[in-house]
Ligand binder design. Structure first.
Ligand SMILES: Cc1ncc(COP(=O)(O)O)c(C=O)c1O
Length: 461
């Protein structure tokens, strides 16, 4: 068997051309849709026929009564938090492993994010941890369909109902995924999602969507999107804001593009799921290499394909974090990149550690608000997962760049099999290499000042 490229052998793939496919895929019909908007010449996202037909098509696709298009996913989540009735100082429970914006969308309403730990197998928010984090100030739970797998909505719904909480969904990773026969976007009381270009449903720029069956939530979110005003079609604008609002509209060009993409989303989702299953089947044959777990009744659309490494199952006495890093380095040398997705639980990011917020510690210092604890030890599962896993792909890419292409899956499998046929070499390398956990390069220092060490800097320099 060829030596590991890491140790001087020939790589599985020479880096002569990019591994990733372009995403989103822009077809003639997408261009034609955009061109029609230019021909029409209406570019404001209010009462626009392309924006409205996109909203109707999306509501129909996910199976909700109402949908609203937003300028970003973050703004759709912010509007969801407002619509859910979250008041300044209220708490919303969100997973410790997610993208930052799930949590900051809560703070944009002066709400306080409270983090729950995740399930070690699905990597989604753990309903038991959610229940432990509930306080008298809790208003809502925000479930994130992490990496493309729907959260455990049945269990979360029970927790929400037991405590009278609103269930908000963050579906940014999982457009096209299904849960017990229903589509992501219809599983919570109100759901925000992103359609920026790394996502399964992509527009030609930044964008977001909100969906709900609840007319009151819809109306409130609509006002948040439109300066706090109610602007009715066919009636003169009253220029009278009822509430605090923003300008969060999506433009018609992007609505037309995304609407055209939406028609192909079911096919894309099927292809992602099939290729992911093919890769997972191959990886399962390698001891200590654990592909994403998919509960019965769910589908996965692989925004990220996160692989867990368990060296003890491969008969190796190596620290899992060291082993994961050694696999990453070995795979990179073979021309098949693996990446981190998040290297610290979100509450470990400086914005939460320093608790400066809007200044003066707001929202944590608001009257009646709780000063919640963001110590990393509160999230042991998230820490273990971040240390002992890696995702398919290079930094700055996402699932759709890989999971449309069976040949890419085959190349990954070939490289993994090669690395697994040299496990003793790999273990030797893992024991000797320099190693720090992934979150160690983020060092808290004085309040208001923080230090992020560059990769080639040593701590203390
Ligand atoms: C889980 C999650 N939530 C929210 C967002 C925010 O969406 P946007 O970038 O469209 O504002 C993202 C990523 O972009 C995300 O990954």
């Amino acid at each position: 068997m060829e030596k590991l490229a890491l140790l001087g052998g020939n790589p599985v793939r020479l880096n002569e051309k990019p591994l990733e496919d372009r995403w989103p895929e822009t077809l003639p019909e997408d261009k034609a849709a955009v061109e029609r908007v230019f021909d029409r010449g209406h570019f404001v996202g209010l009462h626009d026929e392309d924006v409205e037909s996109f909203e109707a098509a999306y509501a129909d696709f996910v199976g909700t009564e109402y949908a609203l298009a937003f300028g970003t996913g973050t703004s759709s989540l912010h509007a969801s938090v407002v619509a859910a009735g979250c008041q300044p100082g209220d708490e919303v429970i969100v997973p410790a492993l997610t993208f930052l914006a799930s949590a900051t969308a809560i703070m944009h309403q002066l709400g306080i994010p409270v983090f729950a730990d995740i399930d070690p197998d699905t990597f989604n928010i753990d309903p038991a941890s959610v229940e432990r984090q509930i306080s008298p100030r809790t208003r809502a739970i925000m479930a994130v369909d992490m990496h493309g797998l729907p959260a455990d909505y049945a269990a979360l719904r029970k927790v929400a109902d037991r405590h009278g909480l609103v269930l908000i969904g963050d579906a940014a990773h999982a457009m096209g995924a299904e849960y017990q026969g229903r589509r992501v976007g219809s599983l919570a009381d109100i759901t925000g999602t992103s359609i920026m270009p790394a996502k399964q449903l992509a527009t030609c720029g930044e964008g977001g969507l909100l969906s709900t069956d609840n007319l009151e939530y819809f109306n409130r979110a609509n006002m948040v999107r439109m300066f706090g005003e109610v602007v009715q079609k066919g009636k003169p604008r009253a220029y009278n804001a009822f509430t605090l609002g923003w300008n969060y509209r999506l433009n018609p060009v992007q609505a037309a593009y995304a609407s055209s993409q939406l028609k192909r989303l079911p096919d894309y989702a099927k292809t992602f799921a099939e290729n992911g299953a093919f890769l997972a089947d191959g990886l399962r044959e390698l001891p200590g290499c654990v592909p994403p777990f998919i509960p019965e009744g769910s589908t996965h659309v692989y925004h990220m394909f996160r692989i867990k490494f368990e060296p003890e199952k491969a008969g190796l006495d190596v620290h899992p974090g060291r082993f994961a890093k050694a696999v990453e380095v070995a795979m990179a040398a073979e021309g098949m990149p693996l990446r981190f997705y998040q290297n610290i639980p979100v509450p470990g990011q400086m914005v939460f550690r320093l608790k400066e917020g809007f200044g003066g510690g707001i929202p944590w210092t608001l009257p009646g608000a709780r000063d919640v604890n963001y110590d990393l030890e509160e999230y042991p599962v998230s820490l273990t997962v971040l240390e002992s896993t890696r995702c398919i792909g290079a930094s700055g890419t996402s699932g759709p760049n890989y999971f449309r292409n069976r040949r890419t899956m085959e190349l990954y499998l070939e490289a993994f099999r090669k690395v697994w046929s040299h496990l003793d070499d790999l273990a030797g390398y893992a024991r000797k290499m320099e190693y720090d956990p992934p979150w160690s390069n983020i060092a808290p220092s004085t309040r208001g000042v923080w230090t992020v060490l560059l990769p080639n800097q040593k701590k203390g320099q």
